[in-house]
Design a protein around this ligand. Structure first.
Ligand SMILES: *Cc1c(COP(=O)(O)O)cnc(C)c1O
Length: 393
């Protein structure tokens, strides 16, 4: 039975590693070599001209990175996948490879902070028209796409308030308008959401987050339609935002447990959200798994799990938040998310560090909001800790 027909947990372990590896290694070797050497010019030329399999130079392709790309391709159900130095490298290279002066892009106001900077500053400076609409307003997304655009760039759930975009609906609008869709699937992971199966052309990830899952490597990936991914590959091989082989090895090692981790993080996310929801010292909880979330029905339809990311605003001011966060013991007060360790932080130092206080307010991000990324610790332990820290404020 081909690897394509296996379940995600099997693909996470075996994808790209089905055939014997170099030297009979049981795990993917780190091929730490910039160029690849050949015995004679004929052999070298055959590889260079794509007439024989092999590698020329690691800015273009590398065997360790190739296994990472194949595992991602299989997990996303894509025709092709290519790796990048970081999630932002994947996102920027994709946008820069496709967009030209005069083109129009439609996206939402709540994209990841770095992505927002590309939309708000970099693309307009390049003469590209960017229309950012209210993330929760499906009608506004449809209308903006219907005006015509080259790319509809979607992200769901969003950072940090866990808004949900109806992917079926937005992808259908983009198809009617002849636009390409790119979906940032970082929060959901391929375990919880499959945009390509829903008709999206391309999916991007910050592999730094759930795919790697251990906060020890940065990386990004673009997966989807072969013709489009090839176009971005040609841009990446010249511009050089490659994934180093050692990072690819760390990400591969992390990905073996992707399904295990995400299943547990889904369960913990739900338990922590239920605990916080209705707590007397908590103002609001943002989690798509709660029935009170405005797009809970959409999330239920398009996601297989609601994920390990949530955010909540505590009652009080920024000083209350500082006290609360200082009382937590077994969490990293750190940026990033999707790790085996629980992480917590306010948007001012995490997702929206690039924005000013006014910009955050305009995005509807409360001053006492905290983004919480459930790790794989015991859910009851995490809840006990939160309970104690809430009691202390
Ligand atoms: C972190 C993140 C990115 C950027 O990825 P890096 O690996 O930090 O460059 C993009 N999108 C989302 C949703 C993210 O969480």
């Amino acid at each position: 039975m081909s690897i394509e027909n296996q379940k995600p947990s099997t693909i996470a372990v075996w994808g790209g590693e089905e055939k014997p590896l170099a030297f009979g290694a049981a795990q993917v070797p780190i091929v730490q070599s910039a160029p690849f050497a050949y015995r004679d010019l004929d052999e070298w030329a055959a590889v260079a001209l794509n007439k024989a399999p092999g590698h020329i130079y690691s800015r273009n392709t590398n065997p360790t990175v190739g296994v990472f790309e194949e595992k991602c391709r299989l997990l996303e159900g894509a025709e092709k996948a290519i790796a990048f130095a970081s999630g932002m490298a994947a996102i920027s290279n994709s946008l820069f490879a496709f967009l030209r002066p005069g083109d129009r892009v439609v996206s939402v106001k709540d994209t990841y902070g770095g992505t927002s900077v590309i939309f708000l500053n970099i693309l307009p400076e390049m003469g590209i028209d960017v229309d950012l609409v209210d993330t929760s307003d499906g009608d506004a997304i449809d209308a903006a796409i219907a005006k015509g655009c080259k790319i509809a760039y979607l992200e769901t759930p969003t950072n940090p308030t866990l808004k949900i975009i109806d992917l079926d609906r937005a992808i259908a609008s983009a198809k009617r308008a002849g636009a390409m869709t790119i979906v940032d699937n970082t929060f959901a992971t391929p375990i919880n959401q499959s945009p390509i199966a829903m008709g999206a052309d391309l999916v991007v990830h910050s592999a730094t987050k759930y795919l790697g899952g251990h906060d020890d490597a940065m990386g990004g990936v673009l997966a989807g339609r072969e013709d489009l991914v090839r176009q971005v590959y040609q841009y990446r091989e010249i511009c050089g935002a490659l994934l180093p082989a050692f990072s690819a090895y760390l990400l591969l090692r992390g990905m073996k447990t992707l399904d295990l981790r995400v299943q547990k993080q889904n369960a913990t996310g739900m338990a922590v959200a239920r605990f916080l929801d209705g707590h007397e010292k908590v103002e609001s909880v943002f989690y798509p798994g709660l029935e009170t979330h405005d797009k809970h029905d959409v999330a239920k339809r398009q996601m297989r799990g609601f994920g390990g990311m949530l955010s909540f605003a505590i009652k009080g001011d920024f000083n209350t938040l500082k006290t609360f966060i200082g009382k937590l013991e077994y969490v990293h007060r750190a940026a990033s998310l999707g790790s085996v360790n629980t992480l917590i932080g306010p948007p001012a130092t995490t997702s929206h560090v690039e924005c000013t206080a006014e910009e955050r307010a305009a995005l509807g991000i409360p001053e006492t909001l905290l983004r919480y990324s459930c790790g794989i610790e015991d859910a009851d332990d995490l809840i006990t800790q939160l309970d104690r820290a809430l009691a202390a404020i």
